[in-house]
Structures are given as C-alpha cells and as structure tokens.
Design a protein around this ligand. Structure first.
Ligand SMILES: Cc1cc2nc3c(=O)[nH]c(=O)nc-3n(C[C@H](O)[C@H](O)[C@H](O)COP(=O)(O)OP(=O)(O)OC[C@H]3O[C@@H](n4cnc5c(N)ncnc54)[C@H](O)[C@@H]3O)c2cc1C
Length: 438
C-alpha cells in the first residue's frame, strides 16, 4: 500500500469523535465585568470545576480561547481507569516517593473512578460509557515484572482488580502475538470523550456557569482581594481564578507554563471493519495500552465496528497526516491481519506532562490550578477540577494527596520543550534495546 493509499476518500484531520459531537461554534465572544470565579480553559478540568462550584451555589465563568471543549478533552481515546491513570506512580513505585502518599494517591484515584461513574449517572450524560476493563500489553519480559508490581499495587487497593496474564494466555485478550503477556485491570472503562465533555458543559451551565468560547485570557493581576483577568473580550474582575489549560498552557500564566511539558498525542480511526473483524482482534472490547516508552493505545469505536488507535507517533509536534502514517504502520505491525485497511481520520491533541510525572492540583499566589495529566486525564481531570472547586469553597477537611507535592520545574525551562526530539530518540532507542522493533 503506498503512502497515500492508506487515506480513505474524505480523510479528515479532525477527531473521529467530532463527526457526532463537534465542539460548539463559539458565537460572539463576550464576558461579564465580574464573576465569582474565572476559569481559564473549557476542558474537563475547567468544566468539572464549574459544575462543582455551581452545585454549591457559586457561579463560575469558563473561558476558552477556542470553542468550549476544543482541547484534549474532546480528542482523547476515551479510555479510563482509576489508579491505572496515575502517571509515574503506575509504573515506578519504588523511586523516591513517600509510600504512604503514594498509597493515598492510589486510593484517591480509585475513588475518582467511581465518582466519575456516579457523575455520569447523576447528570445523565449520554456518552456511551461502559465499564469494560483494560488490558496492558508487556513489550518485553522485563515489562512483565513491572506490570507485576503494578498488579500488586492495584490489588492492595482492591483485591482481585488486576490479573497478570502470561504470554501463553495473550490470545484470550488480543489477536496479536507481539506482547509478552500483559495485565488485565477490571476497574476501567470507555466513553465517547466529545459527548462526555459536552455533557459536562451542559451540566455546568445548568448549575449556573457561564461558558465563553473564543475568549483568550491574556494575563492575571492582583486586584484588591481578588484578581483582574485580561481577556480578548475585555477585563473581568474575579474573586478566584483557576488555571485549567493543561497541554495548551501559554504565556498568560508563566508560572504554570514553566511546570508543564506539552506533548502531542496522535490518533487514527480505521474505516468500518465490521463488528466481527474487530472482535477477532479485541475479543472483549476493552480499552488497551502497552508498556513501551512510545506507547500504543487502542479500543473499538463505541459501535464496535472500527479500531481507534493512538500513540505518541513522535513526541514532537508534527502534521496529523504524518502522525497518521506512523500510526497506520504501527497498527499493521501489531495486527498484520489489517493489511489493506484504510483510515478515515487522523488527528492530534496536546497532553501535559509534569516534571515529576504526577498530576497536580493546588494554589499558587492565590491562583488555583489543576494540571499535568501525564497522558491520562479523563478521570484525573474530572477529579482534580472538582478538588480545585472544593479548595475554593473551603470546608473539605481532607487535603487531596495530589495537592500535597509542590509542582516542580527545571532550571531554565520557560515552557518550550526544546528537548522533546532528544527524548523521542532516547525513548525509541530504549524500546528497541528492550526488543521492540516495528
Ligand atoms: C490524542 C489524545 C488521546 C488521549 N487519550 C486519553 C485516554 O484514552 N484516556 C485518558 O484518560 N486521557 C487521554 N488523554 C488525555 C486527556 O484528554 C486530557 O488529560 C484531558 O482532556 C485534559 O483536560 P483539561 O481540561 O485539563 O485540558 P484540555 O481539554 O486540553 O483543555 C484545555 C483548554 O485550555 C484552553 N486554553 C489554553 N490557553 C488558554 C487561554 N490563555 N485562554 C483561554 N483558554 C485557553 C485550550 O483552548 C483548551 O481547550 C488523551 C489526550 C490526547 C490529546
């Protein structure tokens, strides 16, 4: 198949999810003169914060420089878990972290999975949500040992929630022989991310939030007991400000920008393959990932007829068509049975890594923030947005484990990840040295 033959007629560089649920047109950008809480970023973090505030009777203003929900929140794989979403903690349980804090993070992350389930039910969000479990393939024999540690961590939080499968049993889970076995995690699920984000936006609005798409925040300054927020639609006075810009954090908030590493993540959607062909490759219709540094993640589409496949084709920013070519090659490497399959969509979005690979929520000089999803943010950002709201409201005695570690930066780093091409090369080499070749 030549390079361009992989693109089906009408190939789009917008997310597959937007076919059904495109972000709303911004309309005429406008903001009120004042708001109790001004939230920068209209993704899952900003919207869940606004929703929680609204439930407590506090009306928030959510601003997004693009349409509400335009960012990673409507572009992601829609694969969720609880502690399985933790950044560094999920694979690297031994290096330098207070084990009690780590255990609390795991417990809190697990609880946030149930909380998301409850939120979807309470707000009646129609987003193809189902608890389907997750399978993580081991790319090497050593990775099986790491997965064994992760299984112990998850089973300590809830016995029986994780099971290690040796290579001989891989066929139970996947129609590929590429992995050395893997880890089955029962507490995981899938949803339609654009429909989920729109559902959250509608719930926040019902609770009293004002949503302002097409409004870019340009800067924040102290103004008496509150803040003056400069935007492209005028200035807003606010009692509290919340930064929820994750992988799109820009110059308006330099302290936060210095603490997040934006990394592009890419996805493709195959043309419709038919439910039977998809089931032959993904028999239980779960969500899937693997242990490589440059990882793959994939799942069936909600109607079960396509495969949605994602990865960090390169950690640097590149054209989605180039990213799509990489991913198509990787998809066929994993599932040679798909030779000749074309793709209808290839898109990208930004995630945010923290320097300690952990999610963070907190307050810096009076400004609240929830940042650093480390690639898995649907559950985490729903939770941290809610935590940020509770911190503003006060009265919650239990401080979130994710608010207890300072968010680190690196000397000289101002927000431009110049080192990403080097990191990509290093990661590729590491995966290759551990035996993974495409
Ligand atoms: C391709 C891809 C696949 C992924 N797959 C998964 C997955 O399967 N499971 C999972 O759990 N997570 C996944 N993620 C991660 C997940 O999508 C994110 O962690 C999550 O959506 C982050 O939500 P957020 O609200 O913090 O940020 P975002 O949704 O990115 O929202 C940030 C918003 O801030 C806005 N903004 C930035 N600067 C300004 C400004 N100055 N003024 C106004 N607005 C501003 C942006 O326009 C943007 O809309 C994936 C991400 C990508 C990109």
């Amino acid at each position: 198949m030549n390079d361009d033959a992989i693109f089906a007629p009408g190939f789009a560089t917008t997310p597959y999810w937007w076919e059904e649920a495109p972000p709303p047109a911004p309309g005429t950008p406008a903001v009120p003169d004042s708001a109790e809480v001004a939230i920068i970023g209209g993704g899952i973090a900003g919207l869940s914060c606004a929703l929680e505030l609204g439930r407590a009777g506090v009306a928030a203003l959510v601003m997004d420089k693009e349409a509400i929900g335009w960012g990673a929140s409507s572009r992601n794989g829609g694969a969720l878990s609880g502690a399985g979403s933790l950044g560094r903690a999920k694979s690297d349980v031994s290096k330098g972290m207070d084990p009690r804090l780590l255990a609390e993070m795991v417990e809190e992350a697990e609880a946030s999975f149930d909380a998301l389930d409850a939120l979807i039910a309470r707000e009646d969000i129609d987003c193809a949500w189902r608890r389907c479990g997750r399978f993580v393939g081991a790319h090497s024999a050593v990775a099986m040992t790491t997965l064994g540690k992760r299984a112990a961590l998850l089973n300590a939080a809830e016995q029986g929630s994780a099971e290690l499968l040796p290579r001989e049993r891989l066929a139970e889970e996947l129609g590929t022989t590429r992995y050395h076995g893997g880890l089955r995690i029962s507490r995981a699920g899938a949803l339609h991310p654009a429909r989920y984000t729109q559902g959250l936006a509608a719930a926040a609005q019902r609770a009293g939030a004002t949503l302002a798409g097409g409004v870019a925040v340009q800067g924040i300054a102290r103004d008496g007991a509150g803040f003056a927020v400069a935007t492209t639609a005028g200035s807003v006075r606010a009692r509290h400000v919340m930064v929820a810009t994750n992988g799109y954090t820009g110059r308006a908030t330099p302290w936060h920008r210095r603490r997040v590493i934006p990394v592009a993540s890419y996805m493709i959607a195959t043309e419709a393959l038919g439910a039977e062909r998809v089931r032959a490759l993904l028999p239980h219709g779960r969500v899937y990932g693997d242990t490589k540094k440059i990882l793959y993640y994939f799942r069936p589409s909600p109607d079960g007829t396509r495969i949605l496949f994602g990865g960090r084709a390169t950690l640097s920013d590149t054209d989605p068509r180039i990213g799509a070519r990489w991913l198509h090659r990787q998809l066929l490497d994993l599932f040679p049975q798909l030779a000749g399959t074309r793709i209808t969509h290839g898109w990208k979005g930004n995630v945010a890594f923290a320097f300690d690979m952990l999610p963070h929520v907190g307050v810096q000089q009076g400004v609240h923030f929830a940042l650093g999803c480390n690639g898995s943010g649907v559950t985490t950002m729903t939770h941290l947005g809610t935590v940020a709201a509770r911190m503003m409201l006060g009265g919650d005695n239990r401080i979130s484990a994710f608010a207890r570690m300072p968010m680190p930066t690196m000397p000289g780093y101002t927000g431009t990840p110049w080192f990403m091409p080097l990191v990509t090369g290093w990661y590729r080499m590491k995966d290759r040295r551990e035996g993974w070749r495409v």
